[in-house]
Design a protein around this ligand. Structure first.
Ligand code: NAI
Ligand code: COI
Ligand code: MG
Length: 358
């Protein structure tokens, strides 16, 4: 039996998590694996309810379960709160830190049926299968912040970016291990021409490479990488990045697959994995049954594979998603002429039905 803590969060979070839970139930019926889910307040909705975006009880529940499935947090309603009460800084970042999920796997895989759904040409994206390994619990998002008013009335802010050799080594090993199982190619991304932290990053990653003679390591500056991702993305297999670069580049990589609504993620490092779509709370479409639930459904597949060691169940989910896309079902973000537009609820339902029949 596997215990999953559900943190639907804000905006479209509850809609996409509800869809993923439906698919999880289908996996249970199809395979006999037993899942127990427990939901907890987290993010802006938790702040409204309890005065804090990360209630103690929520954290305890997450630490006591086998895995966490998170929707998204944040939205305009909470944007003017003091920074440490904001859902992103006061809940999401500390949750990642408490769970110790230092490696964030963000696969950017194009489903054959969506090769024409991307804004890029078919030949650029067809067959794309790349993996961003993003460092998740260090870097500038976690550094100290300082803000002061200057005598001339101007404002000065200082944010700090810290990394230790240990933090870089452990995420690099995750990326090298993955590259070894895939095509044997790893591209480490940094800004070593400017940043001291990136120079350390490059030094440490090059050092770890000694343990992996079968993996071909290259280094690329982040600005070039952003350009190469849209010029010729299929040159990449595994991309290793620090926290902020990976955040930005993975949103960019998502569009190669048709939509940010397609990209799942797995936060790994501790006993309790954290699974979440890479997108945010999408306030512009929240509550309208418009959100694409596939990123969250594919996050469930990653949970089955990485936390529960159920690779066959993970494949059932991925095949059900591919099958439903082959049948022509599309949410608005991936809609194409001649296809059948459905909402969040119907898309999740179709994937669950297909999974049970497979
Ligand atoms: N992990 C998290 O909880 C994250 C939270 N955020 C928060 O989310 C809020 C909105 O941020 P944005 O910059 O607008 O990023 P976003 O990822 O929420 O949305 C960007 C664009 O993509 C669309 N989109 C996102 N997910 C979609 C889905 N599943 N289906 C269809 N379309 C989708 C949205 O409608 C929007 O047009 C902010 O408060 C931000 O801080 C942002 C990123 C991650
Ligand atoms: C809201 C940020 C802290 C996180 C983010 O954008 C992400 O993890 O993709
Ligand atoms: Mg992001």
């Amino acid at each position: 039996m596997y215990t999953i803590t559900l943190l639907p969060g804000d905006g479209i979070g509850p809609e996409v998590v509800a869809g993923a839970v439906q698919v999880l139930q289908a996996v249970q019926e199809r395979t006999g694996a037993q899942f127990v889910t427990r939901e907890a307040p987290f993010g802006g909705c938790a702040y409204d309810k309890t005065g804090t975006p990360l209630p103690e009880e929520t954290l305890k529940l997450c630490l006591a379960g086998d895995a966490v499935l998170l929707g998204a947090v944040g939205g305009p309603k909470w944007d003017s709160l003091p920074v440490h009460q904001r859902p992103e800084v006061g809940a999401l970042l500390p949750l990642r830190k408490h769970l110790g999920v230092f490696a964030n796997l963000r696969p950017s895989v194009i489903f054959p049926a969506l090769a024409d759904a991307s804004t890029l040409k078919r030949e650029v994206v067809d067959g794309l299968d790349l993996m961003v390994v993003r460092e998740l619990t260090g870097g500038i998002y976690f550094g100290s912040k300082h803000r002061e008013t200057l005598p001339d009335g101007g404002v000065k802010v200082v944010e700090t970016l810290e990394y230790t050799t240990g933090e870089i080594e452990r995420v690099a090993r995750v990326a090298f291990d993955l590259a070894r199982k895939r095509s044997g190619k790893l591209t480490s991304v940094d800004k070593a021409n400017v940043l001291e932290s990136s120079r350390l990053w490059r030094e440490v990653v090059s050092g770890v490479a000694g343990e992996y003679p079968d993996v071909e390591l290259s280094h690329m500056l982040v600005d070039n990488c952003a350009m190469q991702l849209v010029r010729y993305p299929k040159q990449f297999d595994v991309l290793l990045t620090e926290n902020m670069f990976g955040d930005i580049l993975s949103d960019q990589a998502s569009q190669l697959t048709g939509s940010i609504g397609m990209l799942p993620s797995a936060g790994l490092g501790s006993k309790v994995g954290l699974y979440e779509p890479i997108h945010g709370s999408a306030p512009d479409i929240a509550g309208q049954n418009l959100a694409n639930p596939i990123a969250t459904i594919l996050s469930v597949a990653m949970m089955l594979r990485y936390s529960f060691d159920l690779p066959e169940a993970a494949e059932l989910v991925e095949k059900a998603v591919a099958g439903v896309l082959d049948e022509g079902y599309r949410t608005a973000d991936i809609m194409q002429p001649g296809m059948r537009q459905v909402g969040t609820v119907e898309m999740a339902k179709q994937i669950g039905v297909r999974l049970k029949l497979s």
